[in-house]
Design a protein. Sequence first.
Length: 164
Amino acid sequence: MNLLFRMFLTIFLAGRAKKLEPLDVSSKHMRVLPNDLDVQMHMNNGRFLSIMDLGRLDLMVRLGFWGIARQRGWFPLVGSVKTDYRRPLTVFQKFEMTTQIVGWDDRWVFVEQQLLSGGKLCARALLKTMIRSKQGLVTPQEVMGVTGFQFEMPELSAEMKGLL
């Protein structure tokens, strides 16, 4: 199963899953497939990042943001990623991926993602993301206004501030 199929499956399943609020945690259960492996027979570090794309897609669909973004010609971009790999994932191993928005400022949306298997952390990523259009930056405040969400920004951790 390639990533394109996983992307369409993610959109389909997320569209039928419980809707989320901006600070909720999205959880997605997956399994390592043979095409996720590298020559050491564990999930390739680049595949971890591609899988995490699916977690952010799941979150955007469940927030109701994905449809709005497509209508307006908005697209999400990753500005930086800090990833810690703790444990390998091997073929057919089940894992859970969590994705959560942990804060924002006037430009960036900060996201934390984790891959866990058997309750143990396998990888964790901290991301600095943004929304763009052909005209330029779409601020988090504009996104909030269009989606109807009204939230006070949580305090960013020192670790997240380090991504600035």
